[in-house]
Design a protein around this ligand. Sequence first.
Ligand SMILES: [Zn+2]
Length: 123
Amino acid sequence: MKLVYNCKTCNETVSLKKKFSDRANLKMEMGDNFEMNCSHCGNRTSCSPNSIYAVSSLSNFLIGIASILVSIVCIILLYPFMDAKNISGMFLIPAGLAIPFLIYFAWNSEENKKVLSFNKYRV
Ligand SMILES: [Zn+2]
């Protein structure tokens, strides 16, 4: 999860360097109104905790790619154990595919929960 706001000058989405689990923490540390320096246009924008919102971070996408690579590696490693005559060997392919994806989906749903709970709670 990363925290972002829209710059009022250039309308770009700018991410915050600091991390907060919810808007209450953000308000406690940053106050009701604070100035943010836009990394795109350099202008200072005044923000309130409610103008900051959470989005799923890019690492989410990278973990998705990593899951696919881990799946491929799993299949390559399990390949010598596969035997077309032995039915149980055939289950190794879906198992090799499923495990990294299950990890990814568990991580992804946890990430979405954090994003939702941050955006739901307004101060
Ligand atoms: Zn800007």
